[in-house]
Each structure stands twice: as structure tokens, then as C-alpha cells.
Design a protein around this ligand. Structure first.
Ligand code: COA
Length: 641
């Protein structure tokens, strides 16, 4: 199966391990004790398989296949030699592979803690734009402050309603292609927070079955923070009317803006880590940090939004959710370390921002679907009540001149980051996933091939492309990468640029490209992806104190992991759109929610890159999807003749 034109063959290798290697594999990386969870939500948990370590030769072979469309023949030959050397019997690849296999025997998941550290906690760029996605809710019908607060009260009640299912472990188990998925991410999204460090961050979670579970949320308004108890008489949640009453009180008590302390959380992580450690020496500040970190989530009641023409509304809401719109707008009305921030702004603009370290988009989308459905279905009026509720507690930081200066610096940083981001939120209305399914193709593969085509139309070449693939079929699974640029996609793109190609040839090549993408997807979701495996081999070398293998220092490795297209599908039942920033300076971030009859897209790029424009990619993507539809329609018409 693996011997081909590239000239590699799968080998059966016996591994033996040295004592140094045995010592290097520390059994420290269990993210959470699996034994404690027994409710319906975790019914499959103990039966989920452990993430496998793919065979070394399989990964090396597939790696070569994936870099082929990105390299010249000369560079490819160089890379092939490095791959051969890395994979030779008794070579460094086999030794590292052995280390990974040993690690996988000791841990529930050999990858998860490494991935958490590598992708998130060691990441030092600001989480805003670079790491934290936002979800744009469908525009709501409220138009004034009263409507905004009533909707916010419903959102809070809806999340608390969802929380009951997490707390009593009764949430229905997620499935992908019929297989049950790991549900632990749900356990980490509420009452959790990232904590900045001067070199590495950490995460805290305060679950309902832990000691002293939190009963409050934090509300941000006019850059002021309030701690609001959302349960009374033990664990009875406040009614929507009671929450509304409390929010009215908070708004009345925060008519003036304060120093935007929250803007510090949008800083570079080392910078914020140092400021945090300094502020944390003060007892009042320490108590406030703890109150925010322990809170179930943060609710941001936004004040201002730029007035824009209707057609710019979605883009503006996307910006508000992703970064707050700047230091003069809502960027200070956030606590970017918090795992979940629900943002309710004026004019029906709302959504959420989430800190990515504890979870991927799909669990967040499930929470959001539940919350919005709850908001739509509650019928009793939200009305003022005269209940004697304990007023929310104002969280007032002690700010030294140093911290005030840091806030001024943070304002400058975030404003320049924001200035640099270009975002396009749009609905592709010609068709949705029903049309693609009716043509017996995978909608996800079809969209990915259209993205390849859009990129090719602009640049005349393919680029390394990342699509998230869920590894939640495995215990504590996170993601691997689907490398969407393939030899088959490249063939299709080149055929599209060739006016001599017949429609039937285009149909054939398109189907081949989409099917090839589906094959890669299946491979990735079944734990046979290549990116996390190669990363694991590299991290194993580092953990052993060895040099990073030449294979991972090679140009091909850099090119094939310089993901100019960073993409993800986050399906939601509601008509929402998730959005995030590009992962490289000259790249795009593309997220989509395929609905039956339309597809929601968010495309981001950096203005500082002269070569990228999210507007251009969006136009080319729209064009590409339409052209691919035409090819299929023409193909099926001629088949009928
Ligand atoms: N003919 C007809 N229908 C087809 C088909 C074909 N050839 N191929 C697929 N379909 C159907 C599927 O059965 C499915 O049907 P459903 O809507 O009734 O469930 C639908 O089309 C969608 O399938 P597809 O488009 O192939 O995508 P998928 O649901 O398998 O998802 C991934 C693919 C990669 C998005 C998914 O595997 C995944 O990993 N998701 C998680 C990604 C993630 O974590 N993102 C967040 C990062 S923050």
C-alpha cells in the first residue's frame, strides 16, 4: 500500500529503548483523572481508544506526498534524502518513534499535554486575534439598552441551563460519523481561565464537583468589572427577570468609564505575565484576579459601536467580538484570559469570544446552540422585580502608576494590532451543503477544494493549507491537521486554468480532488495524520536533549507548515459564524459553517502584508464555489442527454 513512485516502502521495525530514553518519558502529562466521570455524558469515555502513534514509515511516506505540490523537483529530491535518512533502520526516526510508543503506553493521550503547551500555553503572542476565536451570533431584534439587557439576561439564563447538563453529566454525547467523541472539553469551558506567566501560561478550572464551586459570573460594563451571584438559596439560578434587574443595577452603577484594566489581557503574554505578577502582590488585586478566574464566565455589556452602513454591520460585529474594536471602543471591556466571554452589544450585535487553550470550536458551538435556542424559546416576559437581591460586587483594582503606564502601552499595542486586521464576514447564498451532498460529494471537501481554487486564482500556485481535524474519537483528543493542498487538488486547479480541458475532465478531476480530501480527513480523524506525529517526534528529540532532527529543520518542513491558509469548519445549528485571525503574517484565516442552503464564511488577513486581502480571497472563493457548481450542473445535464 505504501510503496509507490516516490520510492518508499512500509517496513516492519522492532524497537528497543535505552535507559536515557526511558527516563526522558515522564508520566506527568495526565490532563484530568478519567475515573471520576461516570454520568451519561461520559458513558463512552472509558471505552474510547487511546490515540495511536502512527507507523513511522507511513507518516514519512505521506509527508513526502504532501510536500510534493509545494516544492520544485530539486527541493523535493533534497527532502526525500532527508526523509530516507531519518527513517533508515536503526536511525534517529526509529529511536524517537520508540520513545513516542513508550510515552503512549504511560499516558491517557501521548499528545494532549504537549499540544496544550506547544500550541497555547507557550505561545507568547497576544491571544487576541492570534489565538482566540470569536463566534458571531445571528443579529438579534433588540434596538435599545433595555432590549440589550433583557437579551443579556436570557443569555445568562441559557448558559446556566446548559451548565446543569455539564454539572450533572447528562449532556448528550457528541458523535462524528456515528462514533462517540471525548466529552472532556465541556468540562473545561465553564468556570475556567488562562493565567498569564512571564514565560508560560497555565489554566485553572473550577468544576461543579470540585471544592467550593463558583456561583458567580463577572459582568464588564464601561471597563468596570462586577462579580454577580447568579444562584440564590443554594443552587437555585436567578430568574431572567432577576438577572435583568441585576444588570440594570450594574449599568446604573457604571455610567462613567474607568481605566481599561482589561486591555492588559490583550497584551503580549510575557508582558502581561510580568504585569500580572506585579499586580498580584497587592491583596485587593489578587482577590479580583481570583474572582474573575473562578467566575463561570464573563458577560461583556458593550457600550459603543461604530455606526456603519448596514452592509458593513456583520464585519463590524466580527471585529467587536474578535478584538473589541480598539481602545476607544470595547477592547478594554474584556478579560481575554477568560475561557468564555459572552458579548452583548447594542443594536442586536452579539456573540462570544473564547480563549482557545481548553477547547475547540465544536463544544463552544453546542453551548451556543443551546443558549440561543433557549433565548428563542423562553416565553415569559422579562420584567422588573422588587426582589431584595444582593447587589453585584464591584471589582476595583488598585492601580499603581506603573500599571497605569502599562495600560497606556497596551492601548497602543492593541490599536496597532486592530489596525492591521482585515475581516470579511459573508454568507454564500447560491447553495449549501444539500447541493454538494446531492452530487455525492463531501461538502467539507468541496469547500476546501474551492478554497484551493480561490487561492490559485490569486497567486497561480498552491499553498500549505491547514484544516482542523477532530481527534476527539480518542481519550482527551484535540486536533490534527488535514493538509488540504494535495497532488489531486493541484491537478484540478491546473486543469481549471487550462481552457482546453473538457467539462467532463473537470468533473473527474474535481471529484478526485474532493475524494482525496475526504481520504485525508478520514486518515486524520482516525489518528493517522502526519503533523502531530512529526511534531511529537520533534518534541521527543527536544525532551531527550537531542538536536532537532534535520528533517524538521528542512525548507520543505518550514514551507509545508507555513500555513498561508489556516482553515476550520465549525458547524452550528444556529446561523452563526466563527472567526479567527491568520496564523502567519502573509496568510489567511478562514472559517465556515455550512448550512443546508447557504454557507457562512469569515475570512481574515493582515493589512501589513502587501500580498493578502481578505476581500479579494472572499470574492475569489465566491467565484470558485459558483464555478464548481456550474461544472457539476453542466456535467449532470450532459449525462442526461
Ligand atoms: N455523498 C453524500 N453525502 C456526503 C458525502 C458524499 N460523498 N460525504 C459526506 N457527506 C455528508 C456526510 O454524511 C455529512 O452528512 P450530515 O450532514 O447528514 O451529517 C455531511 O455530508 C458533512 O460531511 P463532510 O462535509 O464530509 O464533513 P464532516 O461532517 O465529516 O466533517 C471535518 C469534516 C473535518 C470538519 C470533521 O471531521 C472534523 O474534524 N470536525 C472538527 C473540526 C474542528 O475541531 N474544528 C474546530 C477547530 S477550533
Amino acid at each position: 500500500m505504501f510503496s509507490t513512485a516516490i520510492g518508499l516502502s512500509r517496513q516492519v521495525v522492532k524497537y528497543t529503548m535505552s535507559n536515557t530514553m526511558k527516563q526522558a518519558i515522564k508520566p506527568t502529562a495526565c490532563l484530568m483523572p478519567l475515573k471520576a466521570k461516570t454520568g451519561r455524558m461520559f458513558i463512552h469515555q472509558r471505552h474510547l481508544p487511546k490515540l495511536p502513534v502512527p507507523p513511522l514509515q507511513q507518516t514519512l511516506y505521506r509527508y513526502l506526498l504532501s510536500v510534493k505540490p509545494l516544492l520544485s523537483d530539486f527541493d523535493f529530491d533534497t527532502t526525500k534524502k532527508l526523509v530516507d535518512d531519518f527513517g533508515r533502520p536503526g536511525g534517529i526516526g526509529e529511536k524517537l518513534q520508540m520513545g513516542l510508543i513508550e510515552r503512549s503506553k504511560k499516558l491517557d493521550n501521548w499528545l494532549s499535554q504537549w499540544w496544550l503547551d506547544h500550541a497555547y500555553l507557550n505561545f507568547r503572542e497576544p491571544v487576541i486575534i492570534n489565538s482566540s476565536p470569536a463566534v458571531i451570533f445571528p443579529q438579534q431584534s433588540y434596538t435599545d439598552l433595555d432590549g440589550q439587557l433583557k437579551f443579556a439576561a436570557s443569555v445568562v439564563a441559557g448558559i446556566l441551563d446548559f451548565k446543569v447538563m455539564v454539572d450533572n453529566q447528562s449532556l448528550p454525547v457528541d458523535k462524528l460519523g456515528g462514533s462517540p467523541l471525548c466529552m472532556y472539553q465541556y468540562y473545561k469551558i465553564l468556570s475556567s481561565c488562562r493565567i498569564p506567566g512571564s514565560r508560560k501560561d497555565s489554566i485553572v478550572t473550577h468544576p461543579a464537583d470540585g471544592p467550593d464551586p463558583p456561583k458567580h459570573i463577572v459582568v464588564a460594563h464601561n471597563y468596570k468589572f462586577f462579580s454577580l451571584e447568579v444562584y440564590k438559596d443554594g443552587w437555585t439560578p436567578l430568574t431572567r427577570s432577576e438577572i435583568y434587574q441585576q444588570l440594570c443595577d450594574i449599568v446604573n452603577r457604571s455610567q462613567e468609564t474607568s481605566a481599561p484594566v482589561g486591555i492588559l489581557t490583550a497584551e503580549n503574554r510575557n508582558t502581561w505575565g510580568k504585569i500580572y505578577n506585579q499586580m498580584n502582590k497587592d491583596r485587593t488585586n489578587r482577590a479580583i484576579f481570583s474572582e474573575i478566574q473562578r467566575s463561570i464566565f464573563v458577560l461583556c455589556l458593550d457600550e459603543k459601536i461604530s455606526s456603519l452602513p448596514k452592509e458593513e454591520f456583520d464585519n463590524e460585529v466580527g471585529r467587536q467580538l474578535l478584538h473589541g474594536g480598539g481602545s476607544e471602543l470595547n477592547s478594554g471591556n474584556r478579560w481575554a484570559d477568560k475561557t468564555l466571554q459572552f458579548i452583548v452589544g447594542p443594536n442586536g450585535a452579539c456573540g462570544l469570544q473564547y480563549e482557545h487553550a481548553p477547547a475547540e470550536g465544536p463544544p463552544i458551538a453546542t453551548l451556543l446552540d443551546h443558549t440561543l435556542t433557549y433565548c428563542d424559546n423562553v416565553c415569559e416576559d422579562v420584567a422588573p422585580v422588587d426582589n431584595q437581591l444582593t447587589p453585584a460586587k464591584r471589582l476595583k483594582f488598585n492601580l499603581t502608576p506603573d500599571v497605569k503606564e502599562s495600560i497606556e502601552n497596551a492601548k497602543i499595542s492593541i490599536d496597532s494590532m486592530i489596525e492591521d486586521l482585515e475581516l470579511q464576514i459573508f454568507k454564500f447564498k447560491l447553495f449549501g451543503k444539500d447541493f454538494v451532498k446531492a452530487n455525492k460529494l463531501s461538502p467539507d471537501g468541496f469547500i476546501q477544494v474551492a478554497l484551493q481554487l480561490a487561492y490559485f486564482k490569486i497567486y497561480g500556485e498552491s499553498c500549505a493549507t491547514y484544516e482542523s481535524a477532530s481527534l476527539r474519537r480518542y481519550q482527551l483528543g484535540r486536533t490534527d491537521t488535514i493538509r488540504s493542498c494535495s497532488t489531486d487538488s493541484d491537478l484540478f486547479l491546473r486543469a481549471m486554468a487550462d481552457s482546453d480541458k473538457s467539462n467532463s475532465e473537470l468533473v473527474r478531476l474535481m471529484r478526485q480532488a474532493v475524494e482525496s480530501h475526504k481520504e485525508y480527513t478520514n486518515m486524520a480523524v482516525f489518528g493517522d495524520g502526519i503533523d502531530r506525529h512529526l511534531l511529537g517526534l520533534k518534541l521527543m528529540a527536544i525532551e531527550l536533549g537531542w538536536n532537532v532532527p534535520d528533517l524538521m529543520m528542512d525548507t520543505a518542513y518550514n514551507i509545508s507548515t507555513h500555513f498561508k491558509l489556516s482553515t476550520s469548519q465549525v458547524p452550528a445549528k444556529t446561523d452563526s459564524t466563527l472567526t479567527f485571525g491568520p496564523v502567519v503574517p502573509d496568510g489567511f484565516g478562514v472559517c465556515y459553517n455550512p448550512k443546508s442552503k447557504h454557507i457562512n464564511f469569515a475570512v481574515s488577513a493582515f493589512n501589513s502584508s502587501p500580498s493578502t486581502s481578505s476581500m479579494t480571497l472572499s470574492l475569489k472563493l465566491t467565484e470558485s464555489l459558483a464555478e464548481m457548481q456550474n461544472i457539476l450542473v453542466r456535467g449532470s445535464m450532459s449525462a442526461k442527454l
